[in-house]
Design a protein around this ligand. Structure first.
Ligand SMILES: Nc1ncnc2c1ncn2[C@@H]1O[C@H](COP(=O)(O)OP(=O)(O)OP(=O)(O)O)[C@@H](O)[C@H]1O
Ligand SMILES: [Mg+2]
Length: 396
């Protein structure tokens, strides 16, 4: 059918035509953020899940929901190679410029501007990538110790106080949180902890890979009590059906039930794959209704598209040794696998893979669901590895 009218949207962070199955979590966050505005205790939320499961689009939707409720938001995505203070500083400034327009909050906001100036100046020595416009000079002793944990706490307290004066809340939405270095993550958790103890309306909604939970716990042992870590998973069959059928129906296009079943079974309900299959099924089908045969043809082009983009970008970042390790994993099936079994498949000792495993975890390719286990962070990556590295050359 006409590709111009194709409603599906595969792509990192591309909002889906139908955000299926996330109503309960949106509601949980609406309540939590509403409580924060009212000065009531609520846990910060860090959504964790595999690649392509829909964390970013959910984070953005919750941000929109929060803004509609009058909450002031900050949005950052942690890349692998920039410091957290450098990412936060310009965003904090933007929020302060907005709070500065609220008459009753002006005195508190000005003080927060002074704190931001001290913060940027003192931490610039350690984090040279901090670049932020300064609207007011630093005030000696305010957020200017040069220690990230102390200064971030002090900055957040001032921003939280300004938000309280304006009768709102400031919520920081941080994506790819697993890329924040442990010590910086610890400082962030400590600063949020202080705000929560002081009942200040400043909190965070984070998103990232499943290893985040353990990382947060290592950074600060009390993280478990401060945060909820809801696991964002694949959609149930009914939710996946909605994600596929509704966008087409809105355009006057129907599916045969066998076609929907085929898509659900191929994608296993993973949102990114649902969008990709929906898109290709639409493009392949000559007319409505979309049939199982259309889906069969779509499966081939969808897999090619994924191999060239979603999977490929991850594969390209791997060293030959890392590739061999992941190939050995995929040889054992979808996983999770015992680390000992993977090592055995490569005929080497488990301990010799220590550094390689760490590097794969840092790159966000694998994680450890429980002690001694290793799993892919990218759904269906095992099948991709077998397609891209057929044969057995990798074993040598
Ligand atoms: N609830 C949903 N229903 C239908 N489609 C969805 C849903 N959530 C996400 N998608 C689609 O899935 C794809 C991936 O979404 P998103 O980029 O948010 O995933 P992610 O978890 O952030 O992935 P990554 O870990 O790679 O950053 C997008 O094309 C999006 O439109
Ligand atoms: Mg994302």
């Amino acid at each position: 059918m006409d590709a111009i009218g194709n409603p599906y949207s595969p792509g990192a962070g591309s909002p889906p035509p139908e955000l299926a199955g996330r109503g309960a979590l949106r509601e949980q966050l609406r309540v939590a953020l509403g409580r924060i505005v009212n000065g009531r205790p609520a846990k910060s939320v860090v959504m964790v899940g595999l690649r392509g499961v829909g964390k970013t689009v959910l984070l953005d939707q919750v941000k929109k929901d929060a803004e509609a409720a009058g909450i002031y938001t900050v949005r950052v995505e942690a890349p692998e190679n920039r410091s957290l203070p450098a990412l936060l500083a310009p965003q904090v400034r933007q929020v302060l410029l907005r709070l500065d327009r609220v008459e009753v909050a002006r005195a508190a906001t000005r003080r927060a501007f002074h704190a931001l100036a001290g913060f940027a100046k003192a931490l610039k020595v350690k984090y040279q990538d901090i670049e932020v416009g300064l609207d007011y000079p630093p005030e000696p002793g305010l957020a200017d110790n040069g220690d990230l944990e102390i200064d971030l706490t002090s900055l957040f307290e001032q921003v939280g106080t300004a938000a309280k004066a304006a009768d709102t809340a400031v919520v920081a939405f941080i994506d790819e949180l697993q890329y924040v270095k442990e010590q910086q993550l610890g400082a962030l958790i400590a600063a949020l902890h202080r705000c929560s103890q002081s009942e200040l309306p400043l909190t965070m909604v984070g998103a990232g890979l499943p290893q985040l939970r353990g990382m947060a716990g290592n950074a600060k042992s009390y993280a478990e009590r401060l945060f909820d870590f809801p696991m964002i998973g694949p959609l149930t069959d009914a939710e996946a059906e909605l994600a596929i059928v509704k966008p087409a129906r809105d355009e006057g296009v129907e599916y045969h039930s066998q076609a929907v079943k085929a898509i659900i079974s191929r994608t296993k309900g993973y949102p990114y794959f649902l969008q990709e299959w929906g898109k290709h099924a639409w493009d392949q089908a000559p007319q409505s209704p979309i049939t199982a045969a259309d889906v069969e043809a779509a499966s081939r082009s969808a897999i090619t598209a994924l191999d060239d983009s979603f999977f490929r970008v991850r594969f390209d970042r791997l060293t030959p040794k890392e590739r061999a390790y992941l190939r050995a994993m995929s040889d054992l099936g979808p996983g999770p696998h015992r680390s000992g079994d993977i090592a055995e498949r490569l005929q080497r000792s488990v301990s010799s893979f220590g550094p390689l495993r760490s590097s794969l975890i840092i790159k966000g390719m694998i994680w450890s669901p429980s002690h001694g286990d290793t799993a892919f962070t990218v759904p269906l990556f095992d099948e991709f590895m077998k397609r891209i590295m057929p044969g057995d050359d990798w074993e040598t």
